[in-house]
Design a protein around this ligand. Structure first.
Ligand SMILES: Nc1ncnc2c1ncn2[C@@H]1O[C@H](COP(=O)(O)OP(=O)(O)OP(=O)(O)O)[C@@H](O)[C@H]1O
Length: 259
């Protein structure tokens, strides 16, 4: 089943057509890779699908529903989460607080309800809600084998763990679909191996994953399907094996040394 689909998605910035009539499909339950040279339009596609940017033309469908141009918070509540190319943690907050913030993105605060409750009820309600959010954040940290680090400041975690913490925060919104923008960037080989196992575990929970990545070992190892962008256009789509042997992809991106 197709979970997310774009139809002729286009985003132009003045004369630069960053994404040019791209038809992109994400199959439910799989890991889909989005690859291509620098400036190919990968992040722009992510931004236009997750509501951080508005397409110039074309459509985006999630679960068959047209979500084109919806704001980011609505898209998040519908079940799409993402991480960013650069680390965006709250470094002076603890690990568990960083994950709890993710959950707050989803729930928002019940501001209007407060008018109908007296102050005490409102306090009890919020406290219970906060405790639930805390418990759920701890569950996610256990999933990431970071339970013992929950009270550390985020800035004190090793780099690879900080990047995984961002993924934990995105997952705290309970998404059906998770977009990861260069999750392995800056990681050493051990951290990348750990990340690969983590992403597989996320897929095994039934969460669909789409990732932009330049680390071809990671992409070829864990993706079920790969889409290649080049100069804003879709160059190819297929299994890792098909992509590895596609002459246009070798020419535009992978280079001849790939077997
Ligand atoms: N806000 C913007 N204003 C103007 N041009 C932009 C903007 N965002 C992206 N671009 C241009 O659109 C093109 C695609 O950029 P994008 O960041 O999507 O590529 P990318 O494939 O994610 O690259 P990388 O692998 O380097 O992250 C580039 O030419 C870029 O300069």
């Amino acid at each position: 089943m197709i979970l997310l689909e774009t139809e002729a998605l286009t985003r132009a910035y003045g004369g630069v057509i960053a994404v040019n009539k791209v038809d992109f499909q994400v199959e439910s339950g799989l890991i889909t890779g989005l690859i291509g040279p620098n400036g190919a339009g990968k992040t722009t596609l992510f931004n236009n699908v997750t509501g951080l940017d508005v397409p110039s033309a074309g459509k985006v469908f999630f679960n068959q529903k047209n979500i084109t141009g919806f704001p980011a918070h609505t898209i998040c509540r519908m079940g799409i989460a993402r991480t960013f190319q650069n680390i965006r943690l709250f470094k002076e907050l603890t690990v568990v607080e960083n994950v709890m913030i993710g959950r707050h993105f989803k729930t928002g605060k019940s501001e209007t309800k407060g008018r109908f409750l007296n102050a005490v009820n409102s306090y009890i309600h919020l406290k219970a809600e906060e405790e639930q959010i805390y418990e759920r954040a701890c569950d996610w940290l256990d999933f990431f084998e970071m339970g013992s680090m929950k009270n550390e400041l985020a800035k004190n975690l090793p780099y690879g763990r900080q990047r995984e913490l961002e993924i934990a925060r995105a997952l705290a919104t309970d998404p059906k679909l998770l977009f990861l923008d260069e999750p392995a960037a800056g990681m050493n080989p051990q951290e990348t191996d750990h990340l690969m196992a983590t992403i597989r575990k996320i897929r095994d929970l039934g969460i669909t994953v789409v990732l932009i990545e330049h680390d071809m070992k990671l992409v070829m190892n864990i993706c079920d399907s790969i889409t290649v962008l080049n100069y804003g256009q879709k160059l190819a789509q297929g299994t890792p094996r098909e992509i590895k042997h596609n002459p246009s992809v070798i020419e535009a991106y992978l280079g001849k040394e790939e077997e």
